[in-house]
Design a protein around this ligand. Structure first.
Ligand SMILES: CC(C)(COP(=O)(O)OP(=O)(O)OC[C@H]1O[C@@H](n2cnc3c(N)ncnc32)[C@H](O)[C@@H]1OP(=O)(O)O)[C@@H](O)C(=O)NCCC(=O)NCCS
Length: 187
């Protein structure tokens, strides 16, 4: 893993800070049900709204960062975000979306999450990482198992006003340091 300023480079991807010129694309994805898949609800954010968020620092601050996921040739394929829980600064939550459907099932979702997890545990004083997912989202659950997460709790949660039956998955630092997938990050 290489980190340069606002970018994290993985084997096949780069995760980078969102800029003004990305907002058209993000607004298009934001209203596109296909980009969200069956288990995420579109936020329907306009370019103006995203521009406001960008200027206000909502997408990139000490506690919350949203990255554009790009192939190494610069082709954008999705987004990944983390935020630190205000009630527990040792806990981070991640949300990921491979918005281009033809790029799913190529291992990119797992790869983007893996390197963000490495960043959070190795660069920040994070003790555990959590992710919410719909109980029927088998692709994401497969990713989470590969990444060493354990089911912590079944719960109902709100996703853009849509109530979903979900699972909360957790990876704590102790498990992270022993998980083989994180031992040789660039293998
Ligand atoms: C969930 C998501 C991030 C996964 O990203 P991805 O790049 O497709 O994931 P990967 O290719 O790394 O891994 C997917 C795994 O799920 C498996 N999978 C895919 N569809 C599946 C299904 N319907 N049932 C069971 N397993 C499935 C794949 O075979 C693969 O496992 P494998 O590597 O053992 O073969 C992506 O599908 C996505 O963005 N979906 C829409 C948004 C979303 O649901 N985000 C997660 C919200 S919590």
């Amino acid at each position: 893993m290489t980190i340069f300023g606002n970018r994290i480079f993985t084997v096949r991807l780069q995760l980078r800070r969102i800029e003004l010129e990305d907002l058209q694309l993000l607004a298009r994805w934001s209203g596109d049900p296909q980009a969200h898949g069956q288990y995420l609800t579109p936020e329907n954010h306009s370019v103006d709204h995203l521009g406001m968020q960008l200027r206000a620092g909502v997408l990139w601050n000490e506690r919350n960062k949203t990255f554009l996921i790009e192939l190494r040739d610069g082709e954008p394929i999705g987004t990944i975000q983390y935020w630190i829980r205000s009630e527990d600064p040792g806990a981070a939550v991640i949300a990921v979306k491979i918005a281009r459907t033809e790029e799913r099932n190529k291992g990119y979702g797992t790869e983007a999450q893996k390197y963000l997890i490495l960043f959070l545990f190795n660069r920040l004083a994070i003790r555990r990482i959590e992710m919410y997912t719909d109980v029927n989202n088998l692709a994401q659950q497969r990713c989470l198992r590969k990444l060493g997460f354990e089911l912590a709790q079944s719960l109902s949660y709100a996703d853009q006003q849509v109530q979903r039956l979900g699972s909360l998955y957790r990876l704590d630092r102790q498990r992270f340091v022993h998980e083989p997938i994180y031992q040789y990050p660039d293998a």
